[in-house]
Ligand binder design. Structure first.
Ligand SMILES: [Zn+2]
Length: 497
């Protein structure tokens, strides 16, 4: 029981629960640097698996990876007015290049050398539009160079005052796609396509259902024409923006002189898109599926998909179950599954169960002398339920169970989201909903930013997206649920991370 007791129940304090799950699953830890976290091997493996799946999808849609510098000249950031305004309050700035010894003892023994001041300070990238489009200007001359479809996997820094592991940290890992196109229509198609890639990944791999749609101006990326987002609903009924895709128009192309010779012989600025997802998705995965025993990892992304726990009393039994367990692991390994065989003799089976449960392992195979005799292993699903699986057909059986767990997690998350969504809200219903348990509220919106701001101030809720057609209510709302003026679009409100 020791392990489970270290996790605060969700109903008691969701935020505490979230931190406990991360600690117990050994996903990440607090670092000596305020606002920054250390991603531990179990968490980093999860990120690697996410990266691999996404990277394959990016390549399948024609993108190639590249790498751009961590530092951006300050003047670059200033070139696109809206962009600099959007990021000015959270950038780290490098002003000097060396230290010098002072001769004093202790921490005072070293100081910034004032003689090493940079002529032009460098910002640590909060995002890389500016430096990437400065390079695009060199590489793109003609319509034949288009489209240019790049992606980079890297870290970025956005100085945060309030931090939460995976959800909001000063430094985080992400990918940022950057593309250039000859026409607005192509850029729009690309922005939408990559939003679709994110949705596919999050639903099929993370088992996390998302809404897709457009952001209002107040939530639009600084410098973009249009921002699209994928939004998921967490178990505490707060929304999580899980990825964004921007049609940047020609804003950056104009600021960085990214021009090309058109097929007709004219000269035009390119149309850009950028799109990104971050380690924040790990937070989304935790809050979509975890329970009071810890993390629940969807099988497709689980760093460990199967944990084998042999059970023995005597040395003779140990030799017998170990031999069968090794064979079992070898068979599952060969099938490409990620398997751990837990032969530690310093930890009791019950404690091992809790440990693997806390780490989110979808399937545990228990195998004792009686199981060996019966030719089976007891399969305990992280989502609940225990049943024997025959050893002689174990690979097919395990693969089948993992598929079922993946499907069950997605289904449960989608049902939870729908159960916590309300449609066609009036102002009174909306106020009550947001004061109560919260969730996704669908209602008419007048399109006025002032109305949107007032709603945020009074309820803490923001428009997550103006949803895409498939998510809209059958009956389009006629009036703004807040001010009663004619509705220009249906909106989905929620309190959000
Ligand atoms: Zn209104």
């Amino acid at each position: 029981m020791a392990q489970a007791q270290k996790i605060t129940p969700r109903a008691k304090d969701f935020s505490e629960w979230y931190g406990d799950v991360i600690t117990q699953a050994e996903l990440a830890d607090y670092s000596p640097v305020r606002g920054c976290m250390v991603i531990r091997p179990h968490g980093y493996r999860l990120w690697e698996l996410m990266q691999r799946a996404l990277d394959d999808m990016f390549k399948a849609t024609g993108h190639r990876n590249a790498y751009f510098p961590l530092f951006i000249p300050l003047s670059f950031l200033a070139k696109e007015a809206e962009h600099v305004e959007g990021f000015a309050k959270e950038v780290a700035v490098v002003t000097h290049t060396r230290l010098r010894a002072t001769g004093k003892p202790g921490a005072g023994g070293i100081e910034v050398d004032p003689a090493s001041a940079l002529e032009e300070p460098l910002v640590v990238r909060p995002t890389s539009e500016t430096i990437i489009y400065a390079m695009f200007a060199k590489w793109i001359q003609s319509y034949r160079d288009l489209p240019l479809l790049l992606n980079q996997w890297c870290n970025v820094v956005r100085w945060e005052m309030r931090t939460r592991m995976f959800l909001r940290t000063t430094e985080f890992l992400w990918q940022e796609g950057h593309t250039a196109h000859a026409t607005e229509a192509e850029a729009e198609e690309e922005a939408r396509r990559m939003l679709g890639v994110y949705r596919t990944f999050q639903e099929e791999w993370m088992a996390m259902p998302v809404l897709t749609g457009r952001k209002t101006d107040s939530e639009r990326f600084a410098g973009a024409l249009r921002t699209y987002a994928v939004e998921a609903l967490m178990q505490d009924n707060k929304a999580l923006q899980a990825g964004t895709s921007h049609n940047l128009g020609q804003n950056f192309a104009k600021a960085f002189e990214v021009k090309f010779q058109t097929a007709a012989g004219g000269l035009d600025h390119v149309w850009n898109t950028s799109w990104g997802v971050t380690t924040r998705m790990i937070g989304g995965l935790i809050m979509s599926h975890g329970d009071d025993n810890g993390l629940i990892c969807p099988p497709k992304l689980a760093p460990v998909q199967v944990a084998i726990v042999p059970i023995w009393k005597s040395d003779e039994e140990k030799a017998q179950v170990s031999a069968v367990s090794h064979q079992l692991k070898a068979d599952l390994d060969k099938a490409g599954l990620r398997v751990e065989l837990d032969l530690r003799d310093t930890v009791k089976p019950g404690a091992k169960y809790f440990e693997w449960e806390a780490k989110g392992v979808p399937l545990r195979l228990e195998i004792g002398p009686r199981d060996v005799a019966a030719g089976h292993t007891m399969a305990a699903r992280r989502t609940g339920g225990k049943a024997p699986l025959k050893l002689d057909s174990i690979v097919v059986a395990v693969a089948g169970v993992l598929d079922e767990i993946q499907a069950v997690l997605f289904q449960a998350a989608r049902e939870r989201r729908e159960a916590n969504s309300v449609r066609g809200v009036t102002k009174a219903q909306f106020l009550e909903f947001m004061k109560g348990k919260g969730g996704f509220a669908y209602g008419g919106f007048c399109g006025d930013g002032a109305c949107e701001a007032e709603i945020k101030e009074q309820t803490g809720a923001t428009i997550r997206v103006l949803p895409d057609p498939e998510f809209r209510s059958p009956q389009a709302p006629k009036t703004c649920m807040w001010c009663g003026k004619p509705s220009v679009a249906e909106a989905v409100w929620a309190q959000a991370y």
